[in-house]
Design a protein around this ligand. Structure first.
Ligand code: PBG
Length: 326
């Protein structure tokens, strides 16, 4: 490798003007790369602000059509739907009912804005009365019993019109089970976005309030220990071999090392999830005058791109569509 030394080399030459800086910029974030997560609550009449996520609201189910249309008009191209359920039970059965909240909101979103890519978070924590991501057996989440329920939920989401199935339960074998279920039901054309490197993270705190999930205990027996990177790579490789069409790293900013390593090992599109706690940190710090929100958003999303992400799930997606990233 050749690199000149000072005074022949002067790095500031390429930083001198905005046009030069634009010319040599290595990464960029566009609306093609962003997915907006949305919380949809059944049985309410007006939006409910999420106190721990300033600017984010639970959207009443009956407003979802107009909401998705408005978001689409702003320029957002993809959304991920999360249900806030009033019909919880031990298995989360509402999530695979044809007239359950998950199916209804997918149908309404697609009907209102057919051009919008609608992604379905495929999990149970929003629909179970104990808040875990699957079926409990002696207080432990039963992996294999949960697999068949995940498959039912995925097929019912596809039937309702979901464009992408995104399993986030962290059950072993979930991608293979869902792929087979979708194929058998005639949905071989529907891609799977696997939450493959999903850590048991403190940064999901605001999400649990936003989604009305009252978890008893924790998710350490199924989500990855935050101190482990090799396990995350193993899970990603396994998900790819099970047929995942996308791999995800979640949360984003605390796991850039994992993102970069997954990038080195996979040719699939990789998604970074800037989770609720990351959003809250930027919002509250900006509200306190500690940092500039727009610059912090640009810098963090740029970091995901730099580390190797193709796509980003972020609660800032609509703001960016309205105001741009520069
Ligand atoms: C599980 C799910 C969670 C998030 C997305 N999907 C919560 C969890 O695993 O506890 C968190 C997203 C965020 O914090 O923004 N269905």
């Amino acid at each position: 490798m050749y690199a000149a030394n000072f005074p022949i080399a002067r790095f500031r030459r390429l930083r001198r003007t905005p046009a030069l800086r634009d010319l040599v910029r290595e990464n960029s974030v566009t609306l093609n790369d962003l997915i907006l997560p949305i919380f949809v609550e059944e049985g309410i009449d007006s939006p409910v602000p999420v106190a721990s996520m300033p600017g984010v609201e639970r959207i009443p189910e009956r407003h979802i059509g107009e909401y998705v249309k408005a978001v689409s008009a702003d320029g957002v191209k993809a959304i991920m739907l999360f249900g806030v359920s009033h019909s919880k039970d031990a298995t989360g059965s509402d999530s695979w009912r044809e007239d359950g909240l998950l199916s209804r909101m997918i149908r309404r979103a697609k009907d209102a804005a057919p051009e919008m890519l609608v992604m379905a978070d495929t999990c149970f924590c929003e629909y179970t009365d104990h808040g875990h991501c699957g079926v409990l057996n002696d207080n432990v989440v039963d992996n294999d019993a949960t697999l068949s329920n995940l498959t039912r939920q995925a097929v019912s989401s596809a039937r309702a019109g979901a464009d992408v199935i995104a399993p986030s339960a962290m059950m072993d074998g979930q991608v293979a089970a869902i792929r087979k279920g979708l194929d058998d039901a005639g949905y071989s054309h529907i891609p799977i976005m696997a939450y493959s490197s999903k850590f048991a993270s403190a940064f999901y705190g605001p999400f649990r309030a936003a989604s009305g999930c009252e978890l008893r205990g924790d998710r350490k027996s199924y989500q990855i220990d935050p101190l482990n990177a090799r396990q995350a790579l193993l899970e990603s490789i396994a998900d790819e071999s099970e047929g995942a069409d996308f791999l995800m790293v979640k949360p984003g900013l605390p796991y850039l090392d994992v993102l970069a390593k997954v990038r080195e090992r996979s040719l699939l599109p990789i998604v970074a999830y800037q989770v609720s706690g990351e959003y809250a940190m930027i919002k509250f710090a900006a509200q306190a005058g500690a940092l500039d929100e727009k610059l912090a958003v640009r810098e963090t999303l740029g970091a995901f791109k730099r580390a190797g992400a193709d796509l980003i799930l972020t609660y800032f997606a609509r703001d960016i569509a309205r105001e741009g990233t520069q």
